[in-house]
Design a protein around this ligand. Structure first.
Ligand code: ADP
Ligand code: MG
Length: 340
């Protein structure tokens, strides 16, 4: 067979295989886009665990009519400066919308502040319907129906509506903790619902948002972390050993404001608690690392959940040391240490 170039739709579906694993991935990408657009209010609606419907609407900057087609084109982004090491937005790959459009029925409807009317574009399994006028409030509404209808093999891997809805809700919670000045709502026919009122962006607001997400008993059972080592700062909260979970799902971690699920951080938390918790119990945490963007690479994984630190030993040492010290200062010591 002669060498040929893959079709645009095929290329996008391959990318979707990496970026869009499940409904929660769509929610993550769309909410990140809304935040990048400066939204102060983000509404998420899901049905059928997100497989039937995901709708994310925001009151952000909107997309100019003339750019709607580019928004759903591969590798087109309004966010990337010329330096991959200096990424300030949550998105930067220009991959999410074309990937989603290649595996679902996608509608993007938007209006900028300066436009007097809105417009929308649709893609169904990679097939484009040209831009047409549509009534829209200022901001953007992205609707994703029948996720993975175009890739039945992927659809088979879904865990069931309940599990997918829970994962989608967790994505909203995880992101919401990093953006207390934004109001987030989650509703629809799936059982998980949320209404997180905007609380501002002070340190107090952050704790208030954490309480909105994790419940009021978390702050009552948590100790504060505040430590710096060689320019790397760690702030946030960890629960006391009497307030634990059977899994690590409620370990929220952020690097320069970006939600991450990173092995190094998870393992450092485990290490810090090793002496005071049984192996099958997990602390609840909300930890925020702040460091020079040049010392951390967020461009490791398409879903951007992993990060790579230039000095992993320093970060690990900081997390373990800061948590252990905070536990000790709170008078929490290993139970096995006999009274001396
Ligand atoms: P990326 O976020 O990496 O740029 P996406 O495929 O997620 O790539 O989005 C492509 C482009 O579409 C964005 O760069 C942005 O210009 C525009 N866009 C997407 N969603 C929104 C939104 N909610 N509000 C404003 N612009 C958006
Ligand atoms: Mg994006």
């Amino acid at each position: 067979m002669p060498i040929r170039q893959l079709s645009e739709t095929m290329v996008n579906q391959i990318a979707a295989g990496e970026v869009i694993e499940r409904p929660a991935s769509v929610v993550k990408e769309l909410v990140e886009n809304a935040l990048d657009a400066g939204a102060s209010r983000i509404e998420v609606v899901t049905a059928g665990g997100g497989l039937a419907l995901i709708r994310v609407s925001d009151d952000g900057a909107g997309i100019p009519v003339g750019e709607l087609e580019l928004a759903i084109a591969r590798h087109c982004t309004s966010k990337l400066s010329d330096d991959i090491h200096d990424i300030r937005s949550l998105g930067f790959r220009g991959e999410a919308l074309p990937s989603i459009g290649s595996v679902s029925r996608l509608t993007v409807r938007s209006r900028t502040a300066s436009a007097d009317s809105g417009a929308e574009i649709r893609v169904e399994g990679g097939r484009l319907t040209p831009v047409r006028p549509a009534g829209a409030n200022r901001g953007t509404l992205v609707e994703v129906r029948d996720l993975f209808f175009a890739t039945p093999a992927r659809l088979k891997f879904m865990k069931g509506e309940r599990a997918e809805a829970t994962a989608a809700a967790d994505v909203v919670k995880r992101i919401a903790i990093a953006f207390p000045a934004v109001r987030f709502t989650l509703s629809g026919t799936d059982r998980s619902t949320l209404d997180l009122l905007a609380v501002g962006d002070t340190a107090d607001a952050r704790l208030e948002r954490i309480a909105q997400v994790m419940g009021k008993d978390f702050p009552e059972n948590a100790i504060g972390i505040d430590a710096t080592r060689e320019g790397v700062h760690l702030g946030g909260y960890v629960s006391v050993p009497s307030f634990t979970r059977a899994n690590a799902l409620q370990q929220y971690a952020y690097v320069n404001g970006r939600p991450v699920r990173d092995k190094l951080i998870t393992s450092a938390i485990r290490g810090a608690f090793a002496d005071v918790l049984p192996r099958d119990r997990h602390a609840v945490t909300a930890l925020f690392l702040t460091l020079d963007p040049g010392h951390v690479d967020v461009n490791v994984h398409p879903a951007k959940a992993d990060v790579r630190f230039r000095d992993p030993g320093l970060v690990r040492g900081l997390i373990v040391g800061a948590i252990r010290q905070a536990l000790a200062e709170a008078g929490i010591r290993p139970a096995t240490t006999g009274a001396a």
